[in-house]
Design a protein around this ligand. Structure first.
Ligand code: HEC
Ligand code: HEC
Length: 301
């Protein structure tokens, strides 16, 4: 069974060779790792210390030792995890697992002695520039932050099993979903639990495995993205989720404002435990037609 799968990979690589392709270089491998592995295998909290976000990290291996061996590519721990010969199978978020051509590229690259990338190709995949002062921030600008710092937990089969609070940060619709409650209120960063959590205004602060937290630059970019209307990757503003429920906590800084963000409190708002200015409070509310927040309940914590 295992041999048959290895055989299929070898045939694919052989076919690629016939088509005139040279042995894959690190750029091809890095693209696969970036899409499927780096969300977990990077930074301080990389599982078993294995960082897959650079060639140095990959060749350094994990706390258990090297994960790639040119003299035994198929027997390398990296390949064994990808094929499920060693458990838990990777990527931990699978299925889906890597497909046969992706596995073949990685195996061929290891067997070829793990050649570095062609510098010209690497330059082309350097990080995209941040939008300038006058430009609108879109989902494409913030998605890489969610992918590398949040999706390892906020996904199905992530590090914590099911996504915490049912909140997935793996796609634009999931991030904006109002199914249970909204965590992003387009145009109102201060009422968006997502922003409140990364700033530490709502607790526990995110990412849950921090510090390190997001840096000020990343937080400011996400704040601008929400303020600009939480646009999709094409730059189109998100519709206001009228009637969607939300819930967050913070400090009462005015009558009525939470950490400076105004909320409407009316005759229908249930107010518990007489909150006073400076108190920590929990707000439950709904999004009004104009995007403002109507509090349904305000409770001192
Ligand atoms: C959702 C998080 C997550 C993702 C995504 C993920 N991993 Fe892992 N990986 C882990 C965890 C957690 C472990 C430790 C599991 C264990 O106890 O063996 C691990 C362990 C490993 C190991 C074992 C290292 C050793 O020395 O034993 C390898 C190799 C590995 N991952 C490769 C990958 C590759 C390749 C990908 C992408 C195709 C990937 N991982 C994607 C979380 C993840
Ligand atoms: C190590 C796992 C982990 C990582 C990484 C992580 N989270 Fe969380 N997240 C959690 C857990 C656990 C909770 C529930 C905590 C609680 O409220 O008690 C949570 C809750 C949340 C909530 C509240 C959801 C709600 O409706 O109550 C938001 C918003 C959130 N996370 C955003 C993020 C963002 C944004 C990132 C990345 C910058 C991130 N998280 C990274 C584990 C994680």
């Amino acid at each position: 069974m295992t041999a048959a799968r290895h055989g299929a990979a070898a045939v694919l690589f052989w076919a690629a060779g016939l088509a005139g392709a040279a042995a894959p270089d690190y750029a091809e491998v890095a693209a696969i790792l970036r899409a499927r592995c780096v969300m977990c295998h990077s930074g301080e909290a990389a599982p078993l210390g294995l960082r897959l976000d650079s060639l140095d990290g990959l060749t350094a291996g994990s706390r258990n030792g090297p994960v790639v061996r040119a003299d035994d590519a198929a027997g390398s721990e990296l390949l064994r995890r990808i094929r499920g010969d060693s458990l838990p199978r990777m990527p931990m978020t699978g299925p889906p697992w890597l497909n046969d051509p992706e596995v073949a590229v990685i195996e061929a690259w290891i067997a070829a002695g793990m050649p570095a990338a062609d510098p010209a190709a690497t330059a082309a995949v350097a990080t995209a520039p941040r939008p300038g002062p006058g430009e609108k921030v879109s989902y494409a600008d913030v998605a890489p932050i969610f992918a590398t710092r949040c999706a390892k937990c906020h996904t199905d089969n992530g590090l914590m099993g099911a996504p915490p609070e049912g909140f997935r940060l793996t796609s634009y619709p999931a991030t904006l979903s109002a199914a249970e409650r909204v965590r992003v209120v387009p145009g109102v960063p201060g009422a968006s639990e997502l922003l409140r959590r990364i700033r530490g205004l709502s607790r526990p602060r995110m990412p849950f495995d921090g510090p390190p937290w997001l840096d000020e630059d990343e937080i400011a970019l996400i704040e601008r993205w929400i303020a600009d209307g939480a646009r999709n990757a094409k730059g189109e503003e998100a519709p206001i989720p009228v009637g969607a429920r939300l819930r967050f906590e913070g400090t009462l800084t005015g009558r009525w404002a939470i950490d400076g963000t105004p909320i409407s409190v009316g005759a229908d708002t249930r107010i518990d435990k007489r909150p006073r200015l400076g108190d920590r409070v929990e707000v439950r509310g709904v999004v009004a037609t104009d995007g403002s927040i109507l509090a349904t309940r305000l409770r001192r914590r």
